[in-house]
Design a protein around this ligand. Structure first.
Ligand code: CA
Length: 434
């Protein structure tokens, strides 16, 4: 039995490494994603910062900029030998520039987002990884309180279990982004941190590869996070999050513990809502006492019990509107969002963990004709709402917080469930179609 499982595992890993999931190259930037520029999660995370703020620094020539940067690195204690090993990579990468400027043409819906990330093959591979690393994961759970399925979900979503680490030179990527005035001060710090990681002997400059936005290792830490949280858990004197799964998983657990993870506490639970529910309550951010949730007639979905019965507060989420699944999010959900401030991401981690641990499946299936929302469609929706007197905060083609609120108001005024989601019924009333 064990033999068969192991051979299945290696077969699967072989398949995975061939089909390595390029999907997240532009998707989820890693933790401390204050710099996230892609709009994939705009629907779910209206709180994303405006990406276009220019740093005040005037554009220098690249050689001047580089000389200045190197002087700063030296003054901050980076060794001469590190700098000279890094120098061939302190260059501009045109592909990174292009990717940084690219604007996605679609907003992912909850369903398209989930579909892309929680594939059957990824779930099966995750189960095998839990089996393969059971003693390491048990040790980590004892030391940090992180359940195996949560860690393995992050690992699967970030890099397909370490099989897709990105192939951009991190130094090149960060040099490019630090030189570009758009967010230069943020990336200059990251570039300095990357040099520090090399300086400490964790990896050679030539081997430091990752995403185009500078995220590195099996858990896609940004270099500043790496410096702060990477651990040498296998005691070879290197915190090596590229090659050591032990280091990578342990470091992620340490990070999440520090971010406030509560052991033996739930993170997400699917619920069913009563008829005539006031959808304004499900705004994905207001804390509601569990007592009130129960008083409203909300029940665990599928006849389950409440995962926690204390007097905690939860958040109600309806990521696909009133026709989709409803969730309550417990306090650990907020910890997942500290890794990546996106409801869709955090729901994907949470649901994947439940699939891995108990094979939990949502009570509601994805609609068949499910597709992302083209920018042109959202623009049309925003223009129409604006023309009707609902303030979307301007029309930019991205379905953010203001647009959602405007849509809620329109729905409320028209006797529709005010879930802020452009479902067919609402679109019909607006004389629009997707
Ligand atoms: Ca190590």
């Amino acid at each position: 039995m064990i033999h068969r499982l192991i051979s299945q595992l290696f077969l699967l890993l072989a398949v995975l490494s061939v089909s390595a999931c390029a999907n997240d190259v532009q998707g989820d930037l890693p933790n401390q994603k204050a710099v996230q520029t892609t709009k994939i999660d705009t629907f779910a995370t209206p709180s994303l910062p405006a990406p276009a703020a220019l740093d005040a620094t005037p554009m220098q020539s690249f050689p001047d900029w580089l000389a200045n940067f190197k002087a700063e690195a030296k003054a901050k204690g980076i060794k001469e030998s590190t700098l000279s090993a890094a120098t061939p990579y302190l260059t501009i990468n045109e592909t990174v520039l292009k990717l940084d400027q690219q604007q996605p043409e679609f907003t992912q819906t909850f369903w398209t987002y989930l579909d892309k990330r929680l594939s059957e093959i990824r779930i099966q591979a995750g189960k095998l990884q839990i089996f393969r690393y059971q003693s390491l994961l048990a040790q980590i759970q004892t030391d940090y309180g992180l359940p195996p399925e949560i860690l393995v979900s992050f690992w699967g979503l970030e890099t397909n279990y370490g099989t897709y680490l990105g192939n951009f030179s991190t130094l090149e990527a960060l040099t490019t982004l630090a030189y570009n005035p758009r967010r230069s001060s943020f990336f200059r710090k990251e570039l300095l941190a990357a040099l520090n990681i090399i300086d400490r002997g964790n990896i050679d400059a030539k081997d430091m590869v990752g995403s185009w936005a500078g995220a590195i290792g099996q858990m896609q830490f940004m270099p500043t996070v790496y410096l702060k949280h990477a651990l040498d858990a296998d005691h070879d004197n290197k915190a090596d999050l590229w090659h050591s799964t032990t280091d990578a998983l342990t470091s992620a657990a340490a990070y999440l513990k520090q971010a406030g993870w509560q052991p033996n506490q739930p993170w997400l639970q699917e619920v069913s809502l009563p008829n005539n529910f006031d959808y304004a309550l499900a705004d994905g951010k207001t804390d509601v006492p569990l007592k009130q949730i129960k008083a409203l007639g909300i029940q665990p979905a599928g006849g389950a019990s409440w995962q926690n019965n204390d007097d905690s507060s939860v958040i109600l989420l309806l990521p696909a509107g009133h026709e989709g699944p409803a969730f309550i999010a417990w306090s650990n959900f907020k910890v997942i969002k500290r890794w990546n401030n996106s409801n869709n991401y955090a729901i994907a981690v949470g649901l994947m963990a439940q699939r891995l641990a108990t094979d939990y499946r949502l009570s509601i299936k994805a609609p068949k004709d499910n597709k992302p929302w083209p920018k042109t469609f959202i623009l049309q929706l925003q223009n129409t709402l604006t023309a009707l007197g609902y303030d979307t905060g301007g029309s930019d083609g991205w379905f953010g917080n203001r647009s959602m609120q405007a849509l809620r108001n329109f729905q409320r005024d028209n006797g529709l469930p005010a879930d802020g989601y452009p479902n067919n019924e609402t679109l019909k009333k607006l004389d629009l179609s997707l």
